[in-house]
Design a protein around this ligand. Structure first.
Ligand code: NDP
Ligand code: MG
Length: 389
């Protein structure tokens, strides 16, 4: 039996993981499931999977969750601290699939116990990559990437020498607006930005795919996780979302990872690692697919890519500021307070200001410093919104 804990169990990634675990109930012992507002789903899954603990991150929802699970034997807890507490409970495999910077503390806590951490929460690496990688090293913990591109790179690197790696290419679908005239982007609505051509994901990451902030974050994630020079990392627009990443070696070979756009593949790979399991994902019929296409990403359409490149060259706490400004700009777009292209304008302005005045580049990456810069960048994003009108 493998004991497992899932942070963000009610989300898109969390549910894909639960689908895999629920198919083999005798193989898994579920320790903790955490969620947010979706209490009905959290309670139903906790019951179905016989979890020991169910946690909502919202303290005020404690009694609602308690009522839902009364008399079932599932322990209930609520609040941010309770989520962190869940990361202290022993588990053989922990999935970090909370959305946003809120995922950092649970990721870090699990690593500080030497756990095997399947990491979907890319914000953990974007905000505090060096801190996380060092914690893994210090505590002999294992991080297994779950973001599909990073899982693909990880798989392409099995048995390879990092010294022979020349470049890493991560692919992007191009998102909802890949074929829109650039002038039209300013008028893009929330509904239009919330539909992805190939993947079925949570709303926030879907919008981040349309703006390519998601790919920008993945560039940083690649640098931090694989320790490669940012100059070696490329983004390629690949409309079909079937080739997830390619690794180029010094002999000119490119090893590509090809698979269906189904997160159960990357999650399942991490769940069964170092072996390969049998996964319920589509088997691609390449003859039927016929063609795969690749294009360069247009920097005018996707300013987020250059912003991410600047973050990588700044280093330090630039990633924490970038992520928080992006999260806040996304909140504002979802709330209908700013337009689609204003997100990049706001993030860019916050970074320019904070890099000039807040010493981000040379700051020490500690948990406290990351959280402090995170709060400051959100405030600066609100100021930028007012300044930009
Ligand atoms: P969702 O929005 O679908 O789910 C997020 C989960 O986190 C839910 O369980 C939600 O609870 C919970 N949650 C929300 N806010 C908080 C908080 N402040 N504290 C604790 N828990 C919280 O996200 P996704 O599943 O799409 O993404 C999860 C992570 O995985 C992200 O970092 C994303 O970038 C990454 N990822 C996602 C992919 C995808 O296919 N979706 C692909 C690759 C990476 P509730 O819904 O109950 O309120
Ligand atoms: Mg991805």
């Amino acid at each position: 039996m493998k004991s497992v804990t899932i942070f963000g169990a009610t989300g898109s990634v969390g549910q894909s993981a639960i689908d895999l675990i629920a198919r083999a109930p005798d193989e898994y012992d579920v320790v903790a499931l955490t969620g947010g507002r979706n209490l009905a789903l959290l309670a139903a899954d906790a019951l179905r999977l016989k979890a020991k603990v169910a946690v909502t991150c919202h303290a005020e929802l404690y009694s609602d969750l308690k009522d839902l699970l009364a008399g079932t034997g599932v322990e209930v807890a609520a609040g941010t601290l309770a989520v962190t507490e869940a990361a202290h409970l022993p588990a053989d495999w922990t999935l970090s699939a909370i959305i946003g910077a809120a995922g950092l503390v649970p990721s870090f806590t699990a690593l500080s116990h030497g756990r095997t951490l399947a990491l979907a929460n890319k914000e953990s690496l974007v905000t505090a990559g060096p801190l996380l990688m060092q914690a893994a090293k210090d505590h002999r913990a294992t991080i297994l990437p779950v973001d599909s591109e990073h899982s693909a790179v990880f798989q392409a690197l099995v048995g390879e020498d990092m010294a022979a790696v020349e470049r890493v290419i991560i692919t992007a679908s191009g998102g909802a607006f890949r074929d829109w005239p650039i002038e039209k982007l300013a008028g893009a609505t929330l509904t239009e930005a919330s539909s992805h051509p190939n993947w079925n994901m949570g709303q926030r990451i879907t919008i981040d795919s349309a703006s390519m902030f998601n790919k920008g974050m993945e560039l940083i994630e690649t640098k931090e996780f694989f320790g490669v020079d940012p100059k070696m990392i490329e983004v390629l627009v690949h409309r079909e979302s079937l080739v997830h990443a390619l690794v180029g070696f010094t002999d000119g070979a490119l090893m590509a990872h090809v698979g269906p756009p189904d997160m159960r593949h990357a999650i399942g790979y991490a769940l069964h690692w170092p072996n390969r399991g049998v996964l319920p994902v589509e088997r691609l019929d390449l003859a039927k697919i016929g063609q795969l296409s690749f294009e360069a990403a247009d920097p005018a359409r996707y300013p987020a890519l250059q912003i991410a490149a600047d973050v990588m060259s700044s280093g330090g706490l630039a990633g924490a500021a970038f992520n928080a400004a992006k999260e806040r700009a996304l909140d504002l777009f979802i709330a209908g307070e700013i337009g689609f292209v204003d997100m990049a304008r706001i993030v860019s302005r916050v970074l320019d200001k904070m890099l000039a005045s807040d010493g981000l580049q040379n700051a020490l990456i500690t948990l406290d410093n990351v959280l402090e810069i995170d709060a400051l960048a959100r405030k600066r994003a609100d100021e930028a919104k007012t300044e930009l009108g």
